[in-house]
Design a binder for this molecule. Structure first.
Ligand SMILES: Nc1ncnc2c1ncn2[C@@H]1O[C@H](COP(=O)(O)OP(=O)(O)OP(=O)(O)O)[C@@H](O)[C@H]1O
Ligand SMILES: [Mg+2]
Length: 187
């Protein structure tokens, strides 16, 4: 059974480092949006483009899982609903899924982010101390139920009829009815 790893954590938590290691040990396709954003948009982040990019990377991930390839989604995934949607989508293509959570203390995070900015600025976006504080307040850490691979996926939030519909709202480049049949291209 193909496996999806969802890498969860704040900036500087060590997500991309862990994702790269998992990609090697599990022969998995690693999808890291920052690498694509930096390459495609020359180091800036135009409004809305990250969500569009992530949606297309999710489609790639689902197609890879569908043909039996393990995948590591190095997205950060701060929201519980994002993680639930992706767990549901993984199951819909016959894949198992693990939430890999990397907690990081504030001091360690600041030190790592500053060190990376100083030594490898081309691999990251600038982040201020205020950004880090704001983002930490927005982050929803996974609970023990979510971290248990065998826990059932909860239903979508009120007002949404399915996780694919919710996911198409969150990532507008995703089709609202789930993955189109393999091999079919858009008309
Ligand atoms: N376990 C670790 N111990 C010490 N340093 C680490 C560890 N994991 C990662 N680092 C270092 O911390 C910095 C941030 O790591 P990494 O880029 O993997 O974080 P990230 O979670 O992907 O951040 P972002 O969300 O900004 O992409 C890097 O310089 C990396 O070498
Ligand atoms: Mg990273």
């Amino acid at each position: 059974m193909p496996h999806l790893f969802l890498i969860v954590g704040l900036p500087g938590a060590g997500k991309t480092t862990r994702a790269a290691a998992l990609a090697v040990t599990h022969r998995a396709l690693r999808l890291t949006p920052d690498e694509w954003m930096i390459a495609l948009y020359d180091g800036v982040q135009p409004d809305g483009k990250r969500d569009l990019l992530e949606g297309r990377l999710i489609m790639v991930a689902l197609q890879a899982l569908h043909i039996g390839t393990n995948v590591v989604l190095d997205f950060g995934l701060w929201g519980r609903d994002e993680r639930s949607a992706l767990r549901w989508l993984a199951a819909s293509v016959g894949a198992s899924c693990t939430v890999v959570y990397l907690p990081v203390d504030e001091d360690v995070q600041r030190t790592r982010v500053a060190h990376r900015q100083a030594t490898a600025p081309h691999t990251t976006f600038p982040m201020s101390d205020t950004d880090l504080i704001t983002w930490r307040a927005q982050f929803q850490p996974p609970d023990t139920t979510e971290l248990n691979e065998s826990s059932p996926v909860p239903g979508p939030p009120p007002g949404w009829s399915s996780w694919p519909q919710w996911a198409a709202g969150r990532w507008p480049s995703l089709p609202p009815l789930g993955l189109p049949p393999l091999g079919r291209s858009d008309p």
